[in-house]
Unconditional design. Structure first.
Length: 195
């Protein structure tokens, strides 16, 4: 855990311009989707494997028309993420202690993909009043957040307890992804102040 007040933080999304990605299929209502379960039921706690129903995904074509499995990351059901087996190998020392790997089904015959749900939650990090947040709704904006200086931050990634969908990644995580030459990650800077 770190207290570096000038650290850069990011959200991650799939690079759908250049790479295909996954979309969950075979569920009747939104309430049955893995995205809904991750957002509304888990509250940053690991899935109960006895009740976990393996989600099935189909491939989505990239914005440029690519429809193959050359990608290492898909964020469509976030905060439930999908990593290629190569990405899990390269980032396992970071991901494993900070979340839960989960089985998924995809149409890929040669390349394996693994679900991932982060559980590395930090409580009380956001100063809600100074951040102008008075309603803990599902998707409060992550721009201009005010973090309390006395709360330590993980050096790679963490979830914010005040939001059901906010997972932030550090520059150290971004550098690791770039060093390992993993593709299809898109890092979106988040503006945060420490107060």
């Amino acid at each position: 855990m770190k207290r570096e007040y000038d650290m850069k933080l990011f959200k991650i999304r799939s690079n759908t311009k250049d790479y295909a990605s996954f979309l969950q299929k075979n569920y009747t209502t939104y309430y049955e989707s893995i995205k809904y379960k991750a957002l509304h039921e888990q509250k940053w706690k690991p899935f109960n494997m006895e009740k976990y129903m393996i989600p099935e995904f189909e491939i989505l074509t990239s914005d440029t028309g690519k429809r193959n499995f050359q990608f290492d990351f898909s964020s469509h059901p976030s905060p439930f993420y999908i990593f290629s087996e190569n990405a899990v190998e390269a980032l396992k020392d970071i991901l494993e202690p900070r979340g839960q790997f989960l089985p998924i089904k995809t149409p890929s015959k040669r390349k394996n993909f693994i679900g991932y749900y982060p559980t590395n939650v930090i409580k009380g990090l956001v100063d809600l009043e100074k951040s102008g947040i008075y309603d803990l709704s599902l998707n409060f904006e992550t721009d201009n957040l005010k973090f309390r200086k006395n709360i330590a931050i993980d050096e790679y990634m963490f979830c914010i307890s005040e939001s059901r969908n906010c997972v932030l990644f550090t520059e150290k995580f971004k550098e690791r992804v770039e060093e390992t030459k993993l593709n299809s990650f898109s890092f979106l800077p988040v503006d945060v102040d420490f107060v």
